[in-house]
Design a protein around this ligand. Structure first.
Ligand code: FUC
Length: 805
């Protein structure tokens, strides 16, 4: 399948980028604010919201605005006619942390580990209530009780504000169209009014690190714009050439922030009016927006020492003009996005002609219907969103990626380590975007110093660990006071789970240098803490005690999820040690720990047991967290081939939990079902997600918008097509392991497999593989399987190999 970048041919270049890949767009026929959604319920000044609030401050934002991002900044483009609204984010704009009152107080109980023998004694004696009481008291961090106070210290991700560009135009206008091109990562708006065709283009450039918004028309001298920044933060404005600098400090922590809005105009004039920039009679206008804070991802101070106003001035120095900025941005995006093309069916042309909101509405109305082309768009959207929200050098994608229009967002738009952050990175390896995962591995490294304190405090061990929720300030402690049982935030394997991504990165890329330089420290440190936190039962087996199944408990002598994460982290650390030729006292300790772990158990009802004990789970039988299936996915411990009984038990568990749930839970279930080779059920899960969990702009809804569900869905679709494992240096690759009958014929190119292999092309017909060409980046033994066919190759680095059926 040739992948030939098309030459850009102006606005609405609908020509496909790649021979087999149709143009992928999300299309609306009105501005976001013009859909008549209910007016905002909350406002920027609302205090102390319920964390589970399901309503965004501005529903039109999560329904109809369109996202662009460069990993560092994010923007949501509304496309309203009278005034363009571009909501702006910068990933490091967080409250809390250093500078926030209370931050300097210790957060971990320094000798909490002293309570472990008694908690464990109570558990062994069957005194669960007492054990839970004592755990709740001891297994929690220090800090205020009040949720608002906790958030002030822990911090929250914040919107920077909205760039407002008044146009002087009035509704109605003719032939309005607004589209996000996933191929080019550009939002383009077009309409006709006052005898002219007006066009806008907005993108966020990674190579040039700026937001670019272009306003043009097919007639000269028609741009009369008034540009302002509306921000909830106390920013002072000062004119800077043909632009305006907004700068100030967050009240919470003194974090400095600057935003420079620069106006480049073809013809006409620009002047300032208070803190507004006023353009008159220009042929075209390019707005360039630069944002910086003085945050640095470096413990313990987390500050760069560089004035943000200087940082933005430095970025703004290079100015190559709109065409060159656009060309560089599109080329940068193509390099990543263009690596994968998919085609597993088509939708009728009258469906494809509909705007995206109408297509989503049709699926909601008739959940039995399918729209294969929209499934493909949703798949590629996950890849688009990862490119836009996570690039080398940036912080990782948070609960909303990089997009957040609130100052008190749900769950602080933070990093949840009991599924959400990790799920964000599930598509990275399989979907050929490994470099987008670097921020996660660097983030794990940044957690190590505080994670070492937490590991020492709760387990008196070396290494590092991190609990349920984290932020950009390295928090690893259990976070108290969130109106939940105290034990809730105790999730000691959260950091270890994140660290397994360092091994996954190696498995997909085969890059030993990166494993040594970047991945080994967090992965080996996590394995040290895992080995050090285990408790020897009277029968000599090892467990993680006390444990708590995510977000529903109850206290246990060993939850299946903790044991599965421990198993995976130790296995990955040993795999990394093998790859790097490390064998020492540490690895010996990991091996002993791994060999001693309590194994899986199947209950009398046929389900995989969630706890060491038999627990009545009828209170929440459909709980969204299914973490006890971690070993099935993302782990590599349960497969239908190697552990058929456990695979059946996992299937029974999924059946009992049910299909429909929150967005990310449905995303996870697609992956579970793919690993169980149940393509039709996985496809039904995609249908559930599309009919019940999607916003018109294809944002996945928890609700509110939470990006993990988008990433989980994309990873799940990839998992249905290609699965892989790397064991003892041998890569095993399954082609079409969970192909649904709905995807009878198709072809894909560019998906990746563990062992450093790319599936360059794969074609199938009537549900059967017809041919595939693969390339190994690193060489070595590779086994490829389809149904009962097996092909074995001894590959050379860079040499393609082919399977034909
Ligand atoms: C986990 C989930 C919640 C929510 C939160 C951000 O704790 O259980 O449903 O997604 O993360």
């Amino acid at each position: 399948m040739p992948r030939i970048p098309a030459v850009f041919s102006g606005l609405f270049a609908l020509a496909p980028l790649f021979a087999a890949e149709p143009a992928r767009e999300i299309v609306f026929t009105r501005g976001a604010g013009e859909y008549g959604v209910k007016s905002p319920r909350r406002s920027w000044t609302f205090e102390n919201p319920d964390p589970a609030d399901k309503t965004n401050v501005d529903p039109s934002w999560e329904k109809y605005a369109l996202p662009v991002g460069d990993g560092f900044m994010g923007a949501m483009v509304y496309g309203d006619v009278a005034a363009e609204r571009i909501q702006l984010n910068e990933k490091t704009l967080w409250s809390g942390g250093p500078g926030a009152p209370g931050w300097d107080e210790p957060k971990d109980k320094p000798d909490a580990y002293r309570a472990l023998p008694e908690i464990r004694r109570l558990l062994l004696a069957g005194k669960y209530k007492e054990a839970e009481k004592l755990s709740s008291k001891e297994c929690r961090g220090l800090g205020p009780e009040d949720r608002g106070e906790v958030n002030k210290i822990f911090g929250e991700y914040k919107t920077l504000g909205d760039l407002i560009v008044e146009t002087g135009h009035r509704l109605p206008v003719a032939n309005y169209r607004r589209a996000l091109s996933l191929d080019d990562a550009v939002v383009a708006t077009r309409y006709e009014t006052d005898g002219a065709v007006f066009t806008r283009e907005t993108f966020l450039s990674y190579p040039d690190r700026r937001l670019v918004a272009r306003f043009a028309a097919d007639k000269p001298a028609r741009q009369n714009l008034r540009v302002t920044l509306e921000s909830p933060h106390p920013l002072a404005s000062s004119p800077k050439g043909d632009g305006m600098l907004f700068s100030g400090k967050l009240e919470s922590n003194g974090l400095r922030v600057a935003c420079l809005v620069k106006v480049v105009h073809d013809g006409g004039s620009v002047k300032t009016d208070g803190d507004a920039l006023v353009v008159a009679g220009a042929d075209a206008v390019t707005l360039e927006v630069f944002v910086a804070t003085d945050y640095a991802a470096k413990p313990p101070h987390w500050r760069s020492g560089v004035a943000p106003s200087e940082a933005v001035a430095g970025l703004a120095k290079t100015d190559s003009g709109y065409a060159a900025l656009r060309a560089r941005h599109v080329a940068d995006h193509h390099e990543l996005y263009g690596r994968v093309a998919v085609d597993w069916g088509d939708s009728p042309s009258d469906v494809k002609a509909l705007p995206t909101d109408a297509r989503v509405a049709a699926l909601k109305k008739n959940p039995g219907a399918t729209d294969p082309d929209l499934e493909e768009i949703l798949f590629q959207y996950g890849r688009y969103l990862l490119i836009a929200s996570s690039r080398p050098g940036s912080l990782p994608a948070n609960l909303q990626g990089v997009w957040c229009n609130e100052i008190l967002p749900a769950w602080r738009s933070d990093y949840h380590l009991n599924i959400n952050l990790q799920m964000n990175y599930w598509p990275a390896g399989p979907c050929n975007l490994a470099e987008c995962q670097e921020p996660l591995i660097d983030y794990a490294t940044s957690l190590m110093p505080s994670g070492a304190v937490t590991a020492r405090a709760y387990f008196d061990t070396g290494g590092w660990c991190a609990m349920l929720a984290s932020n950009i300030w390295g928090s690893t402690h259990p976070n108290p006071g969130v109106n939940r049982p105290r034990f809730w935030s105790y999730f000691p394997l959260g950091g270890a789970w994140v660290a397994t991504h360092a091994y996954e990165q190696y498995a997909f890329t085969g890059d030993k240098n990166a494993l040594r330089e970047r991945g080994w420290a967090p992965l080996s440190g996590a394995a040290d803490a895992v080995a050090g936190m285990l408790f020897k039962l009277p029968d000599d087996r090892l467990t993680v005690a006390p444990g708590w199944s995510p977000e529903h408990g109850p206290v246990s002598l060993g939850t299946t999820t903790d044991l599965a994460m421990a198993r995976e982290a130790l296995t990955d650390a040993l795999g990394a040690a093998d790859a790097l030729g490390v064998a020492d006292a540490r690895t010996a300790k990991w091996k002993t720990a791994l060999a001693g772990l309590v194994g899986y158990r199947i209950g009398p009802d046929g389900r995989l047991c969630e706890w060491f004990e038999d627990v009545d789970d009828s209170a929440e039988p459909h709980h969204r967290h299914v973490n006890h299936l971690f070993g099935l996915y993302p782990g590599h411990q349960i497969t239908p081939e190697a552990t058929p009984a456990l695979a059946e038990a996992a299937r029974a568990t999924l059946k009992a939990r049910g299909d429909v749930s929150t967005g990310w839970s449905m995303g996870w279930k697609i992956n579970f079902l793919a690993r169980l080779h149940d393509g039709d059920h996985a496809h039904r899960m995609i249908a559930h997600l599309m009919s019940k969990g999607l916003s018109p702009n294809l944002f996945d809804l928890h609700p509110p918008f939470q990006i993990d569900g988008n990433f989980g869905a994309t990873a799940g679709m990839a998992e249905m097509l290609v699965q892989s494992r790397l064991e003892n240096g041998v890569a095993t690759i399954d082609l079409l392991p969970a192909l649904p009958s709905a995807w009878k014929d198709g072809e894909v190119s560019g998906l990746c497999a563990r062992g450093g292999v790319t599936v360059d092309t794969m074609k199938w017909k009537d549900g059967a593989l017809t041919e595939a060409t693969l390339t190994s980046r690193v060489g070595g033994p590779v086994m490829v399987r389809f149904a009962d066919h097996i092909w074995k190759f001894d590959t050379k680095p860079g040499g393609p190999f082919r399977v034909l059926k």
